[in-house]
Design a protein around this ligand. Structure first.
Ligand code: NDP
Length: 277
């Protein structure tokens, strides 16, 4: 198996470009799914306090035989814990659940502009504490629009290392991605397979046939060619292996463009400007 490429974040830390996501993986299935992913070669796990499975992620990693430093782990702040004291308690709680003394990346999960008086900047300043004390090796945000990022840029001290946003062939997010590129913020594409919805698109299936690959492999590869970090989720062992088996082929620029042209600005998840958690 060819190695998974790393991307260097704006603080010099490196993140594996392909990881494994565990949203909607029920806690009783999480340890098996993460163990399977680690055996298949994944070295990056994306979880969140709100997924309820941090403890199982931590157990799978500690029982894997890999050292803590070999696996990049991201978790995220609960929507109920944006006030600074709550954020401090929540971060301590996440470390405890995972069984770690640091995480590789800690994110504000949603900006929640209609809650907490729209004050996600105080929340961000609290994450800066975790970065400075070394318990979060990198910090970032999720579901932030350019206007939210601009506030962090002017009122915060540290530029987010990443912005984790919904991206798939039906939602190419050109505006947010360009803003992030201009400000050295790495884009992480959540629900990279559009929760499976894009895999039956005729353009995707035709292109996949041409490479002798599955639609999921072509969509994973499309994100990789565009330079985003991704972590497709699956509880199916064969799919977990399929989604990482993508480093022995490349899409042509023409095929990358043809898939991007499927964009219809169609979200599967909530709108970050109105979502209140
Ligand atoms: P994905 O786009 O990764 O799609 C997952 C779905 O696709 C599952 O139903 C899975 O089925 C199916 N699937 C996976 N691989 C294949 C394959 N090879 N062929 C066919 N079907 C396949 O959706 P997610 O929403 O899970 O997103 C991935 C990760 O992104 C999450 O786990 C989470 O870490 C992150 N995320 C972050 C959010 C945020 O707000 N920051 C919001 C949502 C997600 P099955 O499991 O049954 O195999």
């Amino acid at each position: 198996m060819t190695a998974i490429p790393d991307i260097m974040l704006n603080n010099g830390q490196r993140i594996p470009q392909l990881g494994f996501g565990v949203f909607l993986v029920p806690p009783p299935q999480t340890e098996a799914a993460v163990s399977q992913a680690l055996r298949a070669g994944y070295r990056h796990i994306d979880t969140a306090e709100m997924y309820g499975n941090e403890a199982k992620v931590g157990q799978a990693i500690s029982r894997s035989g890999l050292s803590r430093g070999e696996v990049f782990v991201t978790t995220k702040l609960s929507n109920d814990a944006h006030r600074p004291d709550d954020a401090r308690r929540a971060f301590d709680g996440s470390l405890k659940s995972l069984g770690f003394d640091y995480v590789d990346l800690f994110l504000i999960h949603w900006p929640l502009p209609t809650r907490y008086d729209g004050d996600f900047v105080s929340t961000w300043r609290t994450l800066e504490e975790f970065y400075r004390d070394g318990r979060a090796r990198s910090i970032g945000v999720s579901n932030f629009q350019p206007h939210h990022l601009r506030r962090i840029h002017t009122e915060g001290e540290i530029t987010p290392a990443v912005n984790q946003i919904e991206v798939n062939p039906y939602l190419t997010q050109d505006g947010v991605r360009q803003f992030c590129a201009d400000h050295e913020i790495t884009v992480e594409a959540w629900s990279p397979l559009g929760r499976g919805k894009v895999l039956t698109d005729p353009t995707v299936t035709d292109i996949a046939r041409g490479y002798g690959r599955t639609p999921a492999q072509v969509v994973v590869r499309w994100h990789i060619e565009r330079g985003d970090v991704i972590f497709p989720k699956s509880v199916t062992p064969a799919r977990i292996s399929e989604n990482i088996d993508v480093f022995d082929f490349e899409l042509t620029g023409e095929d990358v463009e043809a898939i991007a042209a499927l964009n219809r600005d169609q979200r599967t998840g909530p709108d970050p400007d109105t979502f209140a958690g």
